[in-house]
Design a protein around this ligand. Structure first.
Ligand code: ADP
Ligand code: MG
Length: 321
């Protein structure tokens, strides 16, 4: 199969065209028409086999996760997703694998009414780079620099599940120690993160700083603090855990792992005390679980508190270099 047949069959055939895509796949560039009055939020993420997902990961899950982690960046700005480009490098043309990959990828294209507008296809070690664009109003964007002393700190849903998912994926022995449904749940959290796009859009009604938790809650909250020039008290026992994770840790959660392992793709955000009631009410009306896990303080750094004790963080988060 030639490179061009491949593009036509797998990438072009699938694309649902939005009205704002004036020219899609097939020319030297895509031509896109942003809505008047909006700014563009643009982000790129690369996923490398064996680094960002275990080599044994199913093609469907790789396709899904590649797009999910990019959508998560738009979610963390409160943006409305629109266009995607896909640069893929793969060792060979394996049509079964490509069908699977595009099935996972298309699931999220459909869900968020995104159009794949272009990309690049090359031979090499399996690696996927996605560029995503969404619309946002600059004033309302959930910038990391928006945190203020006294703000409450929240997270969406639960934290720490993907870390066990990775252990299960890499160490099959662990599966026997878990119920089937819990093992599936953890693996799903690792492979099929749910980007918090809608939560991010709702949060843009408030003055919040937000980040998506990809490198671990501790590292990502530290990023908000650094750019906002503030610090944080993170109350470990307030961090929301799933039932499966609570069962897994049997009353003694490994907080160090929970806040440093990453791959959660939840939003961590701050909210002024004046807006907390209105924000939590809106979130509960929309069935989005948000939990207060601490407070922004003026002393720089993130202090992780277990009751009155300070937990020293030995492994601050994933770092590629
Ligand atoms: P060029 O050589 O001009 O960069 P290519 O031959 O790489 O063009 O690509 C031809 C067309 O197919 C372009 O419109 C490009 O955006 C699109 N394309 C290539 N690879 C992909 C892909 N993986 N996903 C989506 N579109 C792709
Ligand atoms: Mg090209």
């Amino acid at each position: 199969m030639s490179e061009f047949d491949l593009i036509n069959q797998f990438f072009k055939s699938n694309y649902l065209k939005r009205d704002d895509v004036l020219l899609g796949i097939g020319d030297d560039c895509a031509i896109l028409s942003p809505p008047p009055g909006k700014s563009l939020a643009v982000s790129t993420d690369t996923l490398i086999s064996g680094v960002h997902f275990p080599e044994s990961t199913k093609a469907e899950d790789i396709g899904y996760k590649s797009l999910a982690v990019n959508l998560s960046d738009l979610a963390a700005m409160g943006a409305d997703p629109a266009w995607v480009s896909l640069a893929i490098s793969m060792p060979e043309v394996n049509t079964i694998w490509l069908n699977g990959f595009m099935q996972g990828f298309n699931e999220l294209l459909d869900k968020y009414n995104l159009t794949l507008v272009g990309g690049d296809t090359t031979q090499g070690a399996l690696s996927i780079t996605i560029n995503i664009t969404g619309f946002v109003s600059f004033e309302k964007a959930l910038k990391r620099s928006n945190a203020n002393v006294g703000d409450a700190i929240f997270v969406t849903n639960t934290i720490g599940d993907a870390s066990v998912g990775l252990d299960v994926a890499l160490n099959k022995q662990l599966i026997s120690a878990l119920s089937d449904s819990d093992a599936d749940y953890f693996i799903d959290c690792l492979n099929r993160p749910q980007p918090q796009v809608f939560a991010g859009q709702l949060l843009s009604r408030f003055s919040v700083a937000a980040i998506d938790v990809s490198d671990g809650l501790f590292a990502d909250l530290s990023h908000i603090c650094r750019v906002s020039n503030v610090g944080a008290h993170l109350l470990l026992e307030k961090i929301p855990l799933s039932n499966a994770l609570s069962t897994y840790y049997k009353k003694k959660p490994d907080w160090q792992t929970i806040i440093t392992a990453g791959d959660d793709y939840q939003l961590c955000f701050t909210c002024s005390q004046e807006q907390v009631d209105e924000m939590t009410q809106l979130m509960s009306e929309q069935n989005i679980l948000v939990t207060c896990i601490g407070k922004i303080v003026d002393k720089v750094g993130v202090s992780c508190l277990l009751g009155s004790e300070l937990l020293a963080i030995t492994q601050p988060g994933y770092n590629h270099f």
